[in-house]
Design a protein around this ligand. Sequence first.
Ligand code: ADP
Ligand code: MG
Length: 371
Amino acid sequence: MSPTLLNAATVGKRGEVIVDGITCDFSGTRVLHETDLAVQAGEFFTLLGPSGSGKTTLLRIIAGLIDFTSGSVAIDGSDVTHLPTQQRDIGFVFQNYALFPHLTVAQNIAFGLKIRKVRGTALAKRVDEMLELTELGALRDRHPSQLSGGQQQRVALGRALAQRPRVLLLDEPLGALDRRLRQDLGSEIRRVQQESETTAIYVTHDQEEAYILSDRMGVMEAGYIRQVGAPRDVYSAPNSDFVANFLGETNSFVAEVVGQSRSGTQVRTGEFVVTATEGPTLGIGSACTLSARPEQIRLSPSVETAPVGYEAVARVTITDARFFGQTIRVRLADERGSYLVDLDSAEAIPEVGTPAVMSVRARSAVLLPIP
Ligand code: ADP
Ligand code: MG
């Protein structure tokens, strides 16, 4: 057998989506700028970004639900740009469940199949498979009004997958649910996507959802996809201030490049020199930002007492310190800015007004260009 036939990506999995140079204007305003996106067959890909960044617009273009200005969409190598939605072989799950209120759970799941003229035992078998996949068997004869929000969303998922779509598109499907339920149903969506081997493109503004669900994600801002990668890689090596801040708390230090070596880029911030390992190559003398997550930073009373494996980065004063459950959240400031550090909640809560030295774990600080 040839090696390519053994490759899981080419056997069985369908639903590769290629978005090429999509530009979209609404009444003269550009909401997507020459956007490219490549989602692999079987992948769970999340579009993550703040409200208004263009996530829904891009998803609806992939679905064939709206007109756009230029560019193309291909699924599994064939151009679908001019193909109507019904012929694209995709499933859709929206935030508002959009179930038929007068139909039972089983009838809702069967609906699309019936339209496609699936009948008799084939229909019954497929509905049963979907009820099992979404663990709704016991609720099959209920109506939507007799279900919780999470259960309704599982019905919507089963209905979307019943026709074995090549691609499942989900637009903030957990948005209307409370936090605990969001996590449970999120894991459920991921399990169902894996078991059904369906490509999923998922839209959310919630970074935790994106982390839990995605193989890869694309971070959107103002009609651009700013960065694409595995959640952990994007979190630890953001390519801009925007991405660093959108993905969680971060500390930004004003800095200047003073050297390059095999171990990374040396930057000066105030009186300290720190090595950054991720980020663009910038010439010596370039102004830049050094970015470090709160959990990458430790505090000590002096430079000499900084923990082993950490590099001093700023002399600060503690401005606030609060118990935060798993951590103690400490805010600090110097004349250039304010910062955030999370301490282990077993540690003593530091006193406001105390001077301290912030040190960053070696090889964890990221260099960012000045926007
Ligand atoms: P997101 O899903 O990331 O919140 P959207 O894709 O819904 O963002 O919207 C992107 C931008 O396009 C926003 O500025 C929004 O106001 C605008 N927009 C979306 N739909 C329309 C429309 N039908 N007509 C005009 N402007 C729209
Ligand atoms: Mg949206």
